[in-house]
Design a protein. Structure first.
Length: 269
């Protein structure tokens, strides 16, 4: 009796192909709709001025912007601010989240104040940030940090609250020191939640970054969009908007890979 055996990993490869197929199909539909909208703008006398918002003018703008180095320079400036703000949020948020998840009285005292601060729009801190920090860079990094710290804190605390208390008892019975408890029990157990919180924080920070760069600075993606608007370079504007989407999607996808790679969780993300 002959039994057909499928190649190892065949199912995973099929799922990968299917995922790329669905993604390509969705992007194709979006491109067609954008192309149709651009055509409608170009044939309507009242909207012909905005025809450069269309797909084809946007695609033509990419080589211009790339050749002039505008995309690279703007992405580097925004990336520095985003990375700095997120690093600060992670450095502050993870330890506080661990304290909230492990120490009941600390959680009781801090939960309500933190929830209150979390609900304040990050951009409403702008006037205070401008007064406190000597540079616009410092102000923007502060806004990114204060916007993204809350998902990290609450995701970390929620992850630690789900950990079985017996794990800590077993570790103590085996002679684990506080450092071992942190590195061998707590960190591996909450890694999925921490990375998920960072993923949420990234989304919030990426949204805050662009409008924050509309004011004061002369570099970054937000400034480049504002400059394109002021000069009526609508194709450059839409090209920069697409660039923001591409970079954001890449960063989010990278975090998804990290979540699947470095956590014990094996479900869908």
């Amino acid at each position: 009796m002959n039994v057909a055996v499928s190649p190892a990993g065949g199912g995973g490869f099929s799922r990968l192909v299917a995922r790329f197929g669905w993604a390509a199909g969705g992007i194709a539909i979006l491109a067609v709709l954008w192309l149709m909208a651009g055509y409608w703008l170009s044939i309507n006398p009242t909207t012909v001025t905005f025809s450069k918002f269309g797909l084809l003018p946007t695609l033509e703008a990419f080589p211009e912007l790339w050749g002039a180095g505008k995309i690279q320079a703007a992405s580097a400036a925004s990336g520095f601010r985003l990375g700095s703000g997120l690093l600060i949020a992670i450095a502050i948020g993870v330890p506080i989240g661990v304290l909230m998840g492990r120490i009941k009285w600390f959680n009781n005292y801090t939960n309500s104040p933190f929830q209150f601060l979390r609900m304040i729009s990050p951009l409403s801190w702008m006037p205070i940030a401008v007064l406190v920090f000597a540079t616009w860079n410092g102000s923007i990094i502060f806004l990114i940090a204060i916007a993204s710290v809350w998902p990290v804190i609450f995701a970390t605390a929620a992850g630690l609250a789900k950990v079985d208390p017996n794990w800590f008892k077993v570790a103590r019975n085996l002679g684990a020191k506080p450092w071992h408890m942190l590195t061998k029990v707590i960190v591996p157990a909450i890694m999925f939640d921490v990375l998920s919180g960072i993923r949420l924080a990234l989304g919030v920070a990426w949204i805050v970054l662009v409008p924050a760069e509309y004011l004061g600075v002369t570099s970054g993606l937000g400034y480049a969009i504002e400059d394109a608007r002021e000069t009526l370079s609508y194709n450059h504007l839409t090209a920069l908007v697409v660039t923001i989407g591409i970079i954001g999607y890449f960063l989010d996808s990278t975090l998804v890979v990290l979540i699947k790679r470095f956590s014990w969780h094996r479900g869908g993300v």
